[in-house]
Design a protein around this ligand. Sequence first.
Ligand SMILES: Nc1nc2c(c(=O)[nH]1)N[C@H]1C(S)=C(S)[C@@H](COP(=O)(O)OP(=O)(O)OC[C@H]3O[C@@H](n4cnc5c(N)ncnc54)[C@H](O)[C@@H]3O)O[C@H]1N2
Ligand code: MOO
Length: 400
Amino acid sequence: MAGGLIALDEARDRLLALADPRPAISLPLVETTGLTLAEPLVSLRSQPAADLSAMDGYAVRGADLPGPWRVIGESAAGRPFAGAIGPGEAARISTGATVPAGADCVVVQEDVARDGERLTLTGDGPAAPGAHIRRAGHDFAHGALLAEAGAVIDARLIALAAMAGHGNLRVLPRPRIAILSTGDELVPPGEALPSPAHIPASNGVMLASLLSALPCDLAVPPLLPDDRATIAAALDAHRQADVIVTTGGASVGDHDLIQPALADCGGTVDFWRIAMRPGKPVMVGRLGEAIVLGLPGNPVSAYVTATLLLLPLVRRMLGYPSLAPIISQAIAGETFPANGLRQDFVRARWQDGRLVRLGNQDSGALLALHQADALVVRPISASAAEPGDPVDYIALRQGS
Ligand SMILES: Nc1nc2c(c(=O)[nH]1)N[C@H]1C(S)=C(S)[C@@H](COP(=O)(O)OP(=O)(O)OC[C@H]3O[C@@H](n4cnc5c(N)ncnc54)[C@H](O)[C@@H]3O)O[C@H]1N2
Ligand code: MOO
């Protein structure tokens, strides 16, 4: 605890501990990208199931080199040659076609000349018996363990599963996430603002964009007014979600209604207020099975807390191995002042390979947030970091 606030690490641990294991489901391969395997992936077949040619050419017996041969048939992909290759015989063969019985190597077509049934060697021919043949089971055998439970499914794993005989995979389901934005001042992005007291609602689209990097099902109902009963009804309507994220109304003002509304519909608060800047008024609670994550309304606070808390929570629900953002080290390019009792996430940019602060550190300043390459992480009660000192940071841009 620091000044009645809980430390971010503890807050994240408590939040992640609320994520109960969810039952696995079976989904068609094309719907599994980004999900994780709920059970080990075991091969239902050997690949390939027979010796196949790796080249277009002729299947022959190595003992018969350097030819000539008599072409007695063809083996095409999916349509194997029914007979066997005897001494002095060859079969036309295409890439991916089954090597006929009796043959033990393939001569590529660039190395031979064909005149009717007669085939003669014009080039080097195969280097050795077995040349240009993919042996049965050379990729994987029937019953082989191909991937462990928990593996994150990507295009490569989907291809492997398909080749191993699977049409569906057992996975942890996509988390269902509801995003509720509250505030009388809010107007949907792009719509006319009735007065200077109104602002475009940026948090909902920001959160949807952040979450689009992960497989989840989003529900984004219309903007909610600062009305306790309306907010309670909206929370209640989404109690089937895995996570209900709210923005705004998390603080102490007369119109900060998330906690009272949550209580009205039978929810409970697990903790409120974290020793971090921006993002202090974060609230975490439950509504039935749903986890309720109340983020501050200030747009930068909402972004930083979503990055540090919401994304790790969704990653935990998905069964990902790594949860928290990666903290790296860089060199300070200017003085970062001594810090107080809240862990500080300073918007910073690269300058000559070092990190410097952006001028506008207000928790509503979206231009400075856009310009930031990194969040410099300043620990609670840290003394000043002088130019040349190491500082921790979280990269906000790819490659930075
Ligand atoms: N007396 C105190 N006042 C405040 C405290 C405090 O401890 N004592 N904490 C401050 C801090 S820190 C923050 S952060 C904010 C958080 O307030 P709320 O979560 O209650 O958010 P609102 O008051 O509803 O809004 C804050 C700010 O953000 C704008 N906003 C809200 N929603 C959106 C949205 N969807 N898109 C864009 N912008 C949004 C809103 O208009 C306000 O300007 O409280 C401080 N106050
Ligand atoms: O700590 Mo509040 O999150 O902006 O400024």
